[in-house]
Design a binder for this molecule. Structure first.
Ligand SMILES: Cc1ncc(COP(=O)(O)O)c(C=O)c1O
Length: 424
C-alpha cells in the first residue's frame, strides 16, 4: 500500500474544512505524535533492508503474486502439442507473433469474465477489446493514435488531480507538455470541479481557428482512418491512485455527457476496479453491483457501431496477477478504437504486445469445475489480504498519528490517502 503521497495532492490547506463534512473520511483523535522527519527519511531510502514497509511504492507483495497459478497455466499451455503454430484463423502459440488485437478466444473469454464482474447483461464482444502490455502502454498508444496536439487538432488534455503521477510523463511524451490542465477532484473524491472544466472547454473551443480533421490527419495519414479527438481527459475513477476514492455515478454520467458535447476522449485507468474489498469474488454473492464504468455509460447513452464513442476503459492484469505479466486491455464503447489500436503500425508488425503472457493468462479465465475461475480465487485472496491491511493501517494511523489526521480510501484498490495538518 502507498497510503501517503503528499507530493500528489492539490492545495492541502483547502482540504480539511471541506473533508470534515464527508462521512467517508475518518478523522482520528490525537494520541501520540511520531517523528515524521525520521520516518520519512527511512521510508524513502532504498538502501534500508529491514522489515519497514516502503510507503512510497504501490507494488504488491511477492507472496500475493499469482506465481503458482501462472506456473500451472504456463506448463499446461507450453506443454500442449495441439496449439496451432502460426494460424490466421485460430489462436496462435504463445511463442509466435500474436494477432494484431490479440488471440480471439482470449478476448472472447475476457469479455465474458469482465462482464460478469461488472454485472453487465451480456458479454462484451471481443471486437471491442484490444490487448496491450498494460495500462501504461494502453494510455501511451491511445494518446499516440487518437490525439494530435502537435498538429493543433487536439486542443488540450485534462487530468483529474491528485493524479497517478506517472501518467504525466506519458502525456508529455505524446506532446502535451504545454497543453496539460489539472482539474481538481472535489475533496471527498466523488466528483470534480466541473465549472473549471467547462470554462476551459468553452475557451478552448472559442480560441484561434481550429485545423480541420483532414489537415490534422495528413502528417499521420495511414491506410486506416484515425479517430482523433479535440480533447482528452484522463482519470482513475474507481479506488483511485492516489486518493483511494471513487467517482459517483452522477459525476461519471455528467462527464460522459460533457465528453459527447465537446469531443473529448475520456481515458479511464480502470486498473483497481476488481479489487473491491466488499464485493470480492471470495464472497458467494455480490452485495452491491459494481459501479458503472464510463465506457458502459457511454454505451447506454447510445453509440452506433461505426462511431468512435467518447470513452476508453484502460485495464490491466498488473494489479491482479502481478505487474511483471505486462498484459492489459483497452475496451471502447464500440469496436472502432480497439480496431484502430490493434491495426496500428507496431501491433501490425509485432502482433499483440502481450502474446506470451495473454496466452497463459487465458487459462486462468476459463471456467473450471464448479463454475469457478482461477482468476476469481486469486482476486478473492488479494482482497482478503488488502482488506485486513487497510484495517491495520487505519488503526495504526488512529493510534500513532496526530489529532485531526484524516484518511480516505481503504475500501478497495491499494491506496489510502491521509492528511496531517498542512501536508499529505
Ligand atoms: C492508475 C494506474 N494506472 C496505471 C498503472 C500502471 O499499470 P500497468 O502496470 O498496467 O502499466 C498504475 C500502477 O501503479 C496505476 O496506479
Amino acid at each position: 500500500m502507498i497510503p501517503l503521497l503528499r507530493h500528489l495532492c492539490p492545495s492541502a490547506r483547502t482540504i480539511p474544512a471541506i473533508v470534515s463534512q464527508n462521512p467517508r473520511i475518518t478523522t482520528y483523535p490525537h494520541h501520540r505524535v511520531p517523528n515524521f522527519e525520521f520516518k520519512r527519511t527511512i521510508m524513502a531510502s532504498r538502501e534500508v533492508k529491514t522489515s519497514l514497509i516502503d510507503f512510497m511504492r504501490g507494488h504488491p507483495s511477492t507472496e500475493l503474486l499469482a506465481t503458482s497459478e501462472m506456473l500451472a497455466a504456463a506448463n499446461a499451455v507450453l506443454g500442449s502439442p495441439d496449439l496451432p503454430q502460426d494460424s490466421y484463423d485460430e489462436d496462435r502459440h504463445p511463442l509466435h507473433y500474436g494477432p494484431d488485437l490479440g488471440n480471439i478466444s482470449f478476448r472472447r473469454e475476457l469479455g465474458i469474465w469482465s462482464a460478469i464482474r461488472y454485472g453487465l447483461k451480456s458479454p462484451t464482444p471481443p471486437e471491442m477489446i484490444n490487448l496491450t502490455s498494460g495500462a501504461s502502454n494502453g494510455l501511451s498508444k491511445a494518446l499516440e493514435l487518437f490525439t494530435n496536439p502537435i498538429g493543433g487538432y487536439t486542443r488540450r488534455a485534462f487530468i483529474l488531480t491528485p493524479v497517478y503521477f506517472l501518467a504525466c510523463p506519458i502525456f508529455q511524451d505524446a506532446g502535451f507538455s504545454n497543453l496539460l490542465t489539472a482539474i481538481p477532484l472535489t475533496s471527498c473524491g466523488t466528483s470534480l470541479d466541473f465549472p473549471t472544466l467547462i470554462s476551459h472547454l468553452n475557451s478552448s473551443s472559442s480560441s484561434s481557428p481550429q485545423p480541420s480533421l483532414e489537415s490534422a490527419i495528413s502528417p499521420v495519414k495511414s491506410s486506416i482512418p484515425k479517430p482523433l479527438y479535440r480533447h482528452v481527459l484522463y482519470c482513475v475513477p474507481t479506488f483511485s491512485n492516489p486518493t483511494g476514492t471513487t467517482l459517483s455515478l452522477s459525476s461519471r454520467t455528467q462527464l460522459v455527457k460533457l465528453a459527447r458535447e465537446h469531443d473529448i476522449l475520456l481515458i479511464t485507468d480502470d486498473v483497481y476496479d476488481f479489487l473491491d474489498y466488499q464485493n470480492s469474488p471470495s464472497k458467494q454473492q455480490h452485495n452491491t453491483p459494481a459501479i458503472k464504468r464510463l465506457v458502459d455509460i457511454d454505451r447506454e447513452l447510445g453509440v452506433n457501431p461505426g462511431e468512435k464513442g467518447n470513452t476508453l476503459s484502460n485495464c490491466s492484469f498488473s494489479k491482479i496477477l502481478g505487474p511483471g505479466v505486462r498484459c492489459g486491455w483497452v475496451e471502447g464503447a464500440t469496436g472502432v478504437l480497439a480496431d484502430a489500436m490493434g491495426r496500428s503500425g507496431a501491433n501490425h508488425s509485432g502482433g499483440t504486445p502481450c502474446q506470451f503472457s495473454s496466452t497463459i493468462i487465458h487459462r486462468l479465465l476459463i471456467e473450471g469445475n464448479g463454475g469457478r475461475r482461477v482468476i476469481d480465487d486469486v482476486i478473492g485472496n488479494i482482497c482478503t489480504a488488502y482488506r485486513r491491511r487497510a484495517e491495520l493501517l487505519k488503526d495504526a494511523i488512529g493510534r500513532y498519528w496526530p489529532e485531526g489526521t484524516e484518511v480516505q480510501g481503504g475500501d478497495g484498490g491499494v491506496f489510502c490517502m491521509g492528511q496531517v495538518g498542512g501536508w499529505v
